[in-house]
Design a protein around this ligand. Structure first.
Ligand code: PGA
Length: 248
């Protein structure tokens, strides 16, 4: 019932020329994908990537958005700017932004509201740190982060939200949550959404797994009933690697 969505998070990689080449290579490899396919590239690459993917099944995404429409916010980009540049999606609250750039549950919430109100689709990231999992706090953390991020949205607006469950200890480390761990925690996130927005909204919302997801483990993860896709870092930087995930 939920259409899977595989999104590449290129992080701080690729120049405009390299970005255009990567999507050119990707187009024939993913043209028959049964899932939604998104590439979240650095903003300097939008202009190079957009014309290349025009008319294909690949959608453009950004990696962050500011919550104000305009103003004195040096270095930031507004939702309207992202839309005007051709973005359909935006990643919000990635753990690297939370860890290195002072992102909080409050700012994740503000950014999510701004993105959705402007007509973007938000990919909202939640996930526990290693010590939090070891201490048994995973469920509490992801429920709290999810409910805080979505606070103030309506159930209808959740149609434009995707959640990415990314255990921080699995990002870029080669460690993946087991299929069962990922499925179980995503089930907890879905329950948190049901509690706040009702069962129908919870049944509809797509929840991805992210954290060292790649060609060799995508099948097992995607076979889990709660997992609706992936947010892919390292394995999204080469067309063949990303295509393997997309064509799970
Ligand atoms: P990874 O990154 O696939 O390299 O672990 C995932 C992410 O951070 O979104």
């Amino acid at each position: 019932m939920r259409k899977p969505i595989i999104a590449g998070n290129w992080k701080m990689n690729k120049t405009p020329e390299e970005a255009a080449q990567l999507v050119r290579d990707l187009i024939p490899l993913v043209k028959d994908a049964k899932c939604d396919v998104v590439v979240c590239t650095p903003a300097v690459n939008f202009a190079a990537v957009k014309p290349v993917i025009e008319g294909t099944n690949i959608k453009l995404g950004a990696q962050n958005v500011h919550f104000k429409a305009s103003g004195a916010y040096t270095g930031e980009l507004s939702a309207d700017m992202l839309k005007a540049a051709g973005c359909e999606y935006v990643i919000i609250g990635h753990s690297e932004r939370r860890q290195y750039f002072g992102e909080t549950d409050k700012t994740v919430n503000l950014r999510t509201i701004a993105a959705v109100k402007a007509g973007l689709k938000a990919i909202v990231c939640v996930g526990e740190m290693k010590d939090e999992r070891e201490a048994g706090y995973t469920d509490m953390i992801v429920m709290y982060q999810t409910q805080m991020a979505l606070h103030g949205l309506t159930a209808e607006e959740l149609d434009n939200v995707v959640i990415a469950y990314e255990p921080v200890w699995a990002i870029g480390t080669g460690l993946t949550a087991t299929d069962e761990q990922a499925n179980e925690t995503i089930g907890v996130i879905r329950k948190a959404i049901a509690y706040k927005f009702g069962q129908e909204a919870a049944d509809k919302i797509r929840i991805q797994y992210g954290g060292s997801m790649k060609g060799s483990n995508v099948k097992g993860l995607m076979a889990q009933p709660e997992i609706d896709g992936g947010l892919i870092g390292g394995a999204s930087l080469k067309a063949e690697d990303f295509a393997q995930v997309v064509n799970f």
